[in-house]
Design a protein around this ligand. Structure first.
Ligand code: ADP
Ligand code: MG
Length: 395
């Protein structure tokens, strides 16, 4: 493939990653690769409930240059971890070490080896514009891009969905994050101008067009991250799975949205479970409706569903925070905004707004100003349209 189909920002980034590669004493790269971050438009906290999710790849990228070594050493540098060289041998049984970013690469190598590929030693340099820890899946982008550049380096190919599952397993086993398949599927399978509609029951997917020149997605990174002492994600996931068992269904997808209140009268459900089930069942329905609305270019109807998703995540699932509530409410009240919600796992991270592109400038300044005044923090805001997924090519 050529670099001509890449977004313009990548041309400059690829030169920079080549420079970092050379400055690190690695010589000339053999293969380049890029992977986008992702944002979930709607369908939050339902990938582990048999739901439908609707992510898009965003115009923020992890860029990698790589070259094979003659021995079994792996040496990694990243502009986002300056001064650090991660080093290990591919011959060992790899295990995660502390919070090193090399764990994600080790996880991918382990998956490729388990799939029967011979992985040689290599040197690689990374430069990324995907905010780290911003809920935009810099970790999935890192896994995906390493999967693709290593496969290209050894002249091998792998089915994209299989690669996404391999990366998901790397995240489980090497980062200790028990995520669903959405993030890795999104950064690998997304196509330009389209949202990815992923059905988490059977991992089937379709692409839904979102390419109206007048409408875009505004990502508003709150730049806060509230660590929860109770392991907020696992508590909710386990609560949903326990509720499904009590209700006698395989996943909460099987509950008819029209019957949800009746189902919730089941005395064996705890109060928390009732709220989790209500969120999951209504969110799955909202996601289906959003796909329909966007297909009809009815952006204001889609926006209302985004707003309802925020309320459900705030009140029923309880994964929002004051910063995300503030951003969503402010954005929702503005002209040119069809809807806005928190996106990602919650407790911080980003919000997403469905916006008319001619409103982006004024909306951005307003949120920056008001958010700074309220919380003393500068949010990071950018517009994106759906991008293509991860790719790699020989230099
Ligand atoms: P998110 O995926 O939401 O951005 P995570 O906590 O899942 O947040 O992943 C962030 C981690 O991914 C970082 O702590 C780091 O280990 C790794 N990472 C992501 N991007 C880079 C990068 N460009 N260079 C080095 N490490 C990175
Ligand atoms: Mg992540």
């Amino acid at each position: 493939m050529s670099t001509e189909t890449l977004p313009s920002q990548n041309q400059a980034m690829l030169e920079e990653v080549g420079d970092l590669f050379a400055e690190s004493g690695f010589g000339l790269p053999e293969v380049f690769g890029v992977a986008p971050g992702r944002v979930n438009v709607i369908g939050e906290h339902i990938d582990y409930n048999g739901g439908l999710v609707l992510p898009a790849a965003i115009d923020r990228w992890v860029n990698v240059a790589i070259r094979r070594r003659d021995d079994h050493l792996v040496r990694l540098v990243s502009a986002q971890a300056p001064g650090e060289v991660v080093e290990f041998s591919v011959n060992e049984d790899l295990a995660p070490e502390g919070k090193s970013w090399g764990n994600y690469v080790k996880g991918v190598i382990t998956g490729l080896k388990a799939a029967g590929f011979e992985v040689p030693g290599f040197e690689a340099a990374v430069i990324s514009t995907v905010p780290v820890g911003g809920g935009l899946s810099s970790s999935a982008a890192l896994e995906a891009v390493f999967g693709k550049v290593i496969l290209t380096l050894i002249g091998a190919e792998m089915d994209s969905l299989e690669l996404a599952k391999l990366c998901q397993k790397a995240e489980h086993d090497f980062a200790g994050v028990p995520c669903g398949l959405m993030d890795q599927a999104a950064v690998i399978l997304c196509e330009e101008g389209k949202l990815l509609m992923l059905d988490c029951v059977d991992d089937s997917f379709q692409h839904a067009p979102f390419d109206d020149p007048d409408w875009g997605l505004l990502i508003i990174n709150s730049c806060v991250s509230h660590e929860l002492s109770d392991g907020g994600y696992a508590v909710r996931r386990d609560g949903c799975h326990a509720a499904a068992r009590i209700l006698g269904v395989g996943t909460l997808r099987e509950i008819e949205p029209a019957n949800v209140e009746e189902v919730l009268e089941n005395a064996k459900l705890t109060e928390d479970m009732r709220r989790y089930v209500r969120h999951a069942v209504t969110e799955i329905a909202r996601t289906q409706e959003t796909v329909e609305a966007l297909g009809l270019r009815d952006y204001y109807r889609a926006g209302k569903l985004l707003n309802a998703s925020h309320v459900s995540l705030r009140d029923d699932y309880r994964v929002s925070c004051p910063e995300l509530d503030f951003i969503s409410e402010l954005a929702q009240s503005q002209e040119g905004v069809a809807g806005c919600r928190m996106t990602g796992g919650g407790f911080g991270g980003s919000a997403i707004a469905l916006v008319r592109r001619d409103s982006v400038g004024s909306l951005t300044s307003l949120i920056e100003q008001r958010y700074r005044a309220e919380f003393g923090i500068d949010p990071k805001i950018f517009e994106t349209r759906p991008m293509g997924g991860t790719r790699a090519w020989k230099a």
